[in-house]
Design a protein around this ligand. Structure first.
Ligand SMILES: [Zn+2]
Length: 88
């Protein structure tokens, strides 16, 4: 019985060490995630913009865009973009 207990204690110590190692390895990874740039750009892409033709609000990510005189315009559909191009 004594040997079994020793083995159990040894096993538990080993497990604790493994768990501690995993826990200690997590904080640096979390910091990297919070600073990562793709997440920030996703926030920008989800920004709401107004369609100048039908006044609908759409996300930059899902919008159809066109550049005119150095400005970017966002549209909900190709039809709206075509109307905008016809107007000039
Ligand atoms: Zn539209």
């Amino acid at each position: 019985m004594f040997i079994l207990r020793l083995l159990l204690i040894f096993f538990l110590t080993y497990l604790t060490f493994r768990v501690l190692k995993i826990i200690l390895s997590f904080p640096p990874k979390k910091q990297e995630d919070s600073v990562s740039f793709p997440k920030n750009s996703n926030i920008l892409e989800d920004e709401m913009v107004k369609d100048p033709i039908c006044n609908t609000y759409i996300t930059k990510k899902g919008a159809i865009t066109t550049r005119m005189n150095g400005k970017t315009f966002y549209f909900c559909s190709k039809e709206c973009r075509e109307k905008f191009m016809e107007r000039g």
